[in-house]
Design a protein around this ligand. Structure first.
Ligand SMILES: [Zn+2]
Length: 264
């Protein structure tokens, strides 16, 4: 079994416009599929991926409802687990979280670079506390974004400061805790309650370092993620398998941890 905790997909018409733009912004990363739901599912079937968490991002306050309506429309799919998103500048952010939870959405994606906030800003605390109260999962883009100029809005140091505001609600820092900031991940996040996903890491993170992070953190808190269409689950599984962890740990990363978090 494989569960991919980090994929991106769009409504068909949006995908046609968004994928070429996003590809260009990221310096020409070649997308592994066209961003449409049907294509995602056939890619998953071909590559043995049983479930995927679809991470939607509200990149401005006006988009928030539309993005979340799309997420809600995916509920009930036999392969996809949609997450919603709120924008910090939206006056409806708190009630939108309630709407998402009531609909059955299990988690929220926040992208501090695209949504223009530092992860430890005080104005975010009511949002974090609401997520905690609703018991939802949060996925943060963490570390450098290859399509976005500096400063980095979610560094390991900043993330550490706000982890407690989520109470027992799970928080996931994408890209092994902070893309390209893995020394800081080791220093500030390893050993805390945060989860890491493996998205967009194959060929980027030195494998020795990936192994060091997994072993000094907690293998129960590492989740397979690809970042489709910007990488593929096949490549990210290849990275995990190359680390030669024991079978229990490997299976925990590839699906068991996600199963537990998502109650599937
Ligand atoms: Zn992503």
């Amino acid at each position: 079994m494989l569960i991919d905790f980090h994929v991106h997909a769009f409504p068909d018409k949006v995908a046609e416009k968004a994928i070429p733009v996003l590809s260009q912004c990221s310096g020409g990363v070649v997308p592994s599929y066209d961003g449409k739901i049907d294509s995602l599912k056939s890619h998953m079937r071909k590559n043995g991926v049983d479930y995927a968490v679809v991470l939607n991002i509200a990149t401005n306050p006006h988009q928030q409802k539309k993005v979340n309506d799309f997420a809600i429309s995916l509920l009930g799919d036999e392969m996809l687990i949609p997450f919603g998103s709120v924008h910090p500048d939206s006056i409806d952010a708190i009630s939108e979280l309630e709407r998402l939870a009531a609909a059955g959405i299990k988690g929220i994606k926040l992208h501090p670079d695209y949504q223009n906030f530092y992860v430890d800003e005080a104005r975010m605390l009511p949002i974090y506390r609401k997520i905690a109260e609703l018991g939802m999962i949060t996925v943060f883009h963490a570390g450098t974004d290859i399509g976005y100029p500096k400063p980095v809005h979610c560094t390991p140091q900043r993330l550490l400061k706000i982890l407690d505001s989520f109470g027992n609600a799970p928080v996931i820092a994408a890209h092994f805790g902070g893309y390209m900031l893995w020394e800081d991940v080791m220093q500030f996040l390893c050993g805390t309650q945060v989860y890491f996903d493996t998205a967009f890491s194959y060929g980027k993170i030195p494998p020795d370092f990936a192994k060091k992070i997994i072993l000094s953190h907690d293998a129960k808190r590492i989740l397979l993620g690809s970042d489709m269409p910007w990488s593929t689950p096949t490549d990210e599984v290849r990275l995990i398998r190359s680390l030669q962890l024991n079978e229990t740990v490997t299976n925990a990363i590839l699906f068991n941890n996600a199963k537990r978090l998502l109650s599937i």
